[in-house]
Write a protein that binds this ligand. Structure first.
Ligand code: IVH
Length: 672
């Protein structure tokens, strides 16, 4: 192993300092100084040096955020100072009561009392311990006394510094704050989970908490988490005298603190700041549920002291609820851009958190069942900023008996195609590739690289072509004329000709590109190649049964069902025909010979009733695996499959010495 010289050691340190600084600009200040590409160059250089000189790798290197192995369970951590909670007030009067107590308990004059006011983040409270400036341990608040050791997970949160900024390395500092997930990221995460058939998170707080309290740090590292610091536990090597300076200090050593914190000199300023933050609530990228008001001077805080679980010197002034009651007038189904059918509750319009709400997502059919939402029900709806309003729960005691249950249609309400829900998935999807709800997305896929690869047809142009009624499906592209294209905004002669040429070039695709272009659900580029190699043509692929498809390596029942369903959808069949009419050549390519199986070339006879499948199904499987099924037993028969109550064929097999297979043995042979 090469020994690093001094120059290398210095360069590594320099890179780490620079990367830490730029992380801070990006994740904490939201104000990057260099481009992503420049950042990547620094990062790559550091990675390369650490690879060449592994002994230089240190725990606090910015390259070391991910990679830890999953844990069996979290260790517990006792907080050196309890992590307190906050008393709540819900109105101005209650806030003024709090202020009166502050005056009484501190004995301070009105003008001597200052408050720091911050948003109350709705996330998960954590404590981060830094020893000599290096992140040493992170824990959840837990019950305030004992929390869980989530160090490895917190290391993956980009706005948590692994090493404090600046050269001052304090022997010890405990930083407290909230882990949050932005509303937009939360919705994105739920979309992905929904697509994957995984349970969705109820709100950004649950998503943040679930991501931190997750045993595999690799999973946490994929979750878009952030942290806002709002306080300090123990600290050595630095004296702070008030909360405002504490926030400034936290920011200086590398933490994100709220940009909406304010130092208020009077109760009126506190009230004004409450109104201001309440007004901002829905625009903020993350959820907040109130403001936190803290007596600013530590000396005054100490005079007031603490109750067992909460300090007397701080209070949370909560915002009005984002939840309201209303009635479900109807449940309709909307079709998204990816063909997902989503049940939507149509509500008696109601103002929630200052905005009128008349629709709420019910996510999917299982959610409707789980919450048992019926048409006519009184429900609680919740709206949280930009988050799509949702039905939280039904007030069952309000039922009158004439409520109607909802069931998900098995056809797409937009185009009438069959909508299928693969086993194990939560989402039902429309299978029509030219469904008006999905056509823009599907067209963009159709023309993309790896698919038909038509240059010049960007998503904007495609969208315009659909909106102007020029194309309604993929095949319409092949009937376009120059004068059609000239009707588009910002279209010139040359561009139109180039596009037509590109369309023309795409008329001779490879089989795998064509299969991929069709946008069959679950068939990506790789599977498209596998299918092309195995079946050789669209016509041959189209006529395969589900069993035949599942026999192909890498194709499970879900994919098989989606391929099979695709070619049995009359709308799709029409488009395939129309593509041919438009001059697209459907290639016929050489296939790879089928793999030899234990059934290849063997003759089977079936007798009796099979438990797991019908005889017809068994026949198809045998044939698909290269065997033959005959109706009578002879010396040429290789196997007789014997079900329940077998007939005379069983006796005949025994007489002729033909090998018999019980159902279980047969199933083993065919691999199911
Ligand atoms: S200060 C003694 N500041 O609220 C002070 N807490 O009910 C206690 N929280 O567990 C914490 N935003 O999770 C403080 N700006 C903020 C906060 C905040 C959210 C949470 C925190 C704590 C809970 C207390």
């Amino acid at each position: 192993m090469p020994v690093p010289d001094r120059k290398i050691v210095e360069r590594v340190e320099e890179l780490r300092d620079q990367i830490n600084y730029h992380n801070y600009r990006y994740y904490v200040l939201d104000d990057p100084e260099i481009s992503d590409a420049q950042y990547d160059r620094l990062f790559d250089e550091l990675v390369a040096l650490e690879k060449a000189y592994p002994e230089l790798i240190s725990e606090d290197s910015p390259t070391q955020r991910v990679g830890a192995a999953p844990l069996e369970a979290f260790e517990t951590v006792r907080h050196s100072l309890p992590m307190l909670s906050l008393n709540k007030v819900l109105s101005e009067t209650e806030f003024l009561d709090f202020h009166r107590r502050v005056r009484e308990l501190t004995g301070a004059k009105e003008e001597e009392i200052m408050y720091t006011v911050e948003p109350k983040f709705d996330g998960l409270a954590v404590e981060l311990v830094y020893v000599n400036g290096v992140f040493a341990q992170g824990s959840t608040r837990g019950d305030g006394i004992v929390g869980e050791d989530v160090t490895l997970n917190l290391r993956t949160v980009k706005s948590i510094p692994l090493r404090l900024l600046g050269k001052a390395a304090f022997p010890l500092i405990e930083v407290r704050g909230e882990i949050i997930m932005n509303k937009e990221d939360f919705e994105g995460l739920n979309r992905v989970r929904e697509e994957a058939g995984e349970p969705i998170f109820a709100n950004p707080r649950n998503a943040a908490a679930g991501s931190v309290r997750q045993l595999d740090p690799k999973i946490t590292s994929t979750r878009p988490l952030g942290m806002y610091a709002y306080g300090i536990g123990r600290i050595e090597g630095k004296v702070l005298t008030n909360h405002w300076d504490t926030l400034v200090f936290l920011r200086k050593i590398g933490f994100k603190t709220s940009q909406y914190a304010a130092l208020c000199h009077s109760v009126d300023q506190v009230k004004a700041h409450y109104e201001k933050i309440l007004g901002l609530r829905n625009e903020l990228p993350y959820e907040i549920d109130g403001i936190v008001i803290k007596v600013n001077e530590f000396a005054l805080q100490e005079k007031m002291g603490e109750l067992s679980r909460s300090p007397r010197w701080a209070v949370a002034w909560k915002f009005p609820a984002q939840e309201e009651y209303t009635r479900v007038k109807d449940i309709v189904v909307s079709v998204g851009r990816t063909g997902a059918l989503t049940p939507v509750a149509i509500l008696e319009p109601i103002r929630v958190g200052g905005v009128e709400v008349s629709r709420a997502s019910l996510h999917n059919e299982d959610e409707v069942k789980k919450k048992d939402v019926r048409i006519g029900d009184t429900v609680v709806v919740r709206r949280a900023g930009d988050v799509i309003p949702e039905v939280v729960k039904v007030i069952v005691s309000n039922r009158r008996g004439d409520e109607r249950t909802f069931s998900m249609p098995d056809r797409c309400p937009v185009c009438g195609s069959k909508a299928i829900r693969p086993e194990g998935e939560a989402i039902r999807r429309c299978t029509g590739i030219a469904c008006p709800a999905q056509i823009k997305e599907n067209l963009a896929h159709f023309v993309s690289k790896g698919a038909m690869d038509i240059d010049g047809l960007g998503p904007k142009l495609l969208e315009q072509m659909v909106d102007k009624g020029l194309i309604r499906d993929q095949a319409d592209l092949y009937f376009l004329k120059k004068e059609d294209l000239m009707k588009m905004d910002r279209m010139g002669d040359k561009l139109a000709e180039n596009i037509l040429q590109a369309i023309d070039r795409s008329r001779r695709p490879s089989l795998s590109s064509l299969i991929y272009a069709l946008g069959i659900r679950n068939v990506g580029q790789h599977l498209a190649r596998v299918l092309a190699r195995r079946f050789g043509s669209i016509d041959n692929l189209a006529k395969q049964g589900i069993d035949d498809l599942t026999l192909v390596d890498e194709i499970g029942p879900i994919v098989a069902e989606s391929i099979h369903g695709f070619f049995r959808n009359p709308v799709n069949v029409k488009i395939l025909e129309k593509l041919k009419r438009g001059g697209v050549v459907f290639p016929v390519e050489e296939t790879c010979p089928r793999k030899e199986t234990a059934l290849s070339g063997r003759t089977f006879v079936l007798t009796g009733t099979l438990e797991a499948m019908t005889r017809e199904e068994a026949r198809r499987i045998i044939e698909a695996m290269g065997g033959r099924v005959s109706s009578s037993v002879s010396t040429k028969t290789d196997f007789v499959v014997v079900g329940r109550d077998p007939g005379s064929k069983y006796q005949r097999a025994r007489n002729l010495g033909v090998r018999t297979l019980e159902e279980a043995e047969f199933r083993k042979m065919i691999g199911r």
